[in-house]
Design a protein around this ligand. Sequence first.
Ligand code: AMP
Length: 113
Amino acid sequence: MADCIFCKIASGEVNARIVYEDPETLAFLDLNPQAPTHVLIIPRRHIGSLTAAAEADAGLLGRLQLAAARTAKQLGVEGAFRLVTNNGKGAGQSVDHLHYHLLAGRKLLWPPG
Ligand code: AMP
């Protein structure tokens, strides 16, 4: 998607602080961190949100979660982290490219606000 900021990060057109990558997924630091560790995990291929994913994306969705777990281990926060996606504007989604927030390094309240 030409005007998608996360597609531009995936293609290397826009810089990001990448902490994990494989052929299908990418993890990079959030520009506006909400916790000491705040990483975004995205598919390289554009999918607008979780509800835009298709049956054929099942493997990719699983690999995104494995990428998140690997990233958590790499950053030393595998014992306590939260993985969350905001799906739709009403839930706070501001970038229309599927992404999971990996948050760690502070007390994480439940339920989230
Ligand atoms: P959401 O509001 O759930 O769609 O999350 C989008 C996240 O993307 C926010 O936490 C932003 O801080 C983050 N963000 C937006 N642009 C960039 C960027 N260029 N590099 C890193 N993080 C970004």
